[in-house]
Write a protein that binds this ligand. Structure first.
Ligand SMILES: [Zn+2]
Ligand SMILES: [Zn+2]
Length: 354
């Protein structure tokens, strides 16, 4: 049994909700197997909610954190940032959310609500942003806590066992699509994984013509089943054997090695190449390949709270839910290994069995 005190630097204004211990699955060191242990949580801050976890997805960022690939990790580490659960306690200054309400939480757990980014609604760019895994603990636990603004009520039409990855993969794909896609666009999705499978469905529902750029025949078949109009292989793109395309918006959803010059040659004038996968390599793209056609390269992390809310409504309206496989939470270590080996279509959701 491992006991950890994680004291995030949050105001202690709350009365009533006392410090408590919760069970969690902990990685003691980078890449160590997950062991069941206990976290000691302080008194609940006045503007935070406590959520009893019902399901939590695992994503490639969890693997990066687990391996300490970004050097951000504080170990012991509790993974999981695609959380669905019920509000079980709320601080005295929480203006929304009620006990028993089902909510979802992604990467972020707290924004200051006062800095310039927060004041313009970009809470994900807050100067004092807190993340679930580094400033609190993740969803491989009985309970998590976050500021009320980062806990989103989940519509009843969405399955609690499937909705979790909307709060990471889903909003990551949805935000740039809602900002940049037009119904008249030809859009391309590179990679058909946790992010890509939702990007294809969103773009199709937005009215775009959708090209999937895939690794193999299996992904091609899946992409067409998800709604892509056409699927071509990365190898064909690399060898220049794909008929001329004029892609207006290309989303990079995979950290795999990519033929960048060949991909940019598929873009239309004034197109946008948008990066979503943090694991992506450095880009070997010459400015001379971009400037004559006024190509924009952009990127974004997750999205704003209002975009999360809009995405949830959009998912209900268009019947879009992540495709997931459920496993008991005590199998989290083997779920991480499967995720690393690419053997997941498209998300593993872990169900607590403490
Ligand atoms: Zn802020
Ligand atoms: Zn994620």
């Amino acid at each position: 049994m491992v006991t950890v005190s994680r004291d995030a630097e949050t105001p202690r204004l709350a009365e009533g909700i006392a410090a408590r211990r919760v069970q969690a699955w902990l990685a003691a060191a980078p890449a160590a197997g997950l062991r069941r242990g206990e976290l000691l949580l302080p008194e609940l801050p006045a503007d935070e909610v406590e959520i009893e976890v019902e399901a939590c997805g695992l994503c490639h960022s969890d693997v990066s954190m687990w391996r300490n690939a970004w050097g951000r990790g504080g170990f012991p580490l509790v993974l999981g940032h695609e959380v669905v659960g019920r509000v079980v306690a709320r601080g005295t200054q929480v203006p929304a959310l009620y006990p028993g309400q089902r909510v979802g939480v992604g990467w972020y757990r707290r924004s200051c609500m006062a800095c310039p980014a927060c004041r313009r609604g970009d809470l994900q760019h807050c100067e004092l942003l807190q993340r679930l895994l580094t400033d609190g603990h993740g969803g491989l636990a009985e309970r998590i806590r976050c500021h009320w603004a980062w806990a989103f009520p989940i519509p009843a039409a969405l399955s609690p066992q499937r909705a979790g990855s909307l709060f990471c993969a889903g909003i990551t794909a949805f935000a740039p699509i809602s900002r940049y896609a037009h119904a008249t666009h030809r859009a391309a999705v590179v990679g058909v994984g946790g992010l890509g499978h939702l990007a294809i469905r969103f773009l199709r529902a937005f009215g775009c013509e959708v090209l999937a750029i895939v690794r193999d025949q299996v992904q091609a078949r899946d992409a067409l089943a998800l709604g892509a109009h056409q699927a071509v292989s990365l190898a064909a793109v690399e060898h220049g054997s794909v008929p001329r395309q004029a892609i207006d918006l290309m989303l990079i959803t995979t950290g795999a090695k990519l033929p960048w010059p060949a991909l940019t040659s598929l873009l239309a004038p004034q197109a946008r190449l948008h990066l979503l996968a943090m694991q992506c390599e450095a880009l070997p793209i010459a400015p001379a390949a971009l400037i004559p056609q006024a190509i924009t390269i952009s990127s974004s992390p997750l999205g704003r709270p209002d975009e999360v809310t809009a995405m949830l409504s959009f998912c209900v309206r268009h019947d879009i839910q992540p495709i997931v496989e459920c496993m008991p939470m005590h199998e989290a270590s083997s779920a991480l290994r499967r995720l690393e080996s690419g053997d997941v279509r498209y998300r593993i959701m872990l169900l607590p069995d403490f």
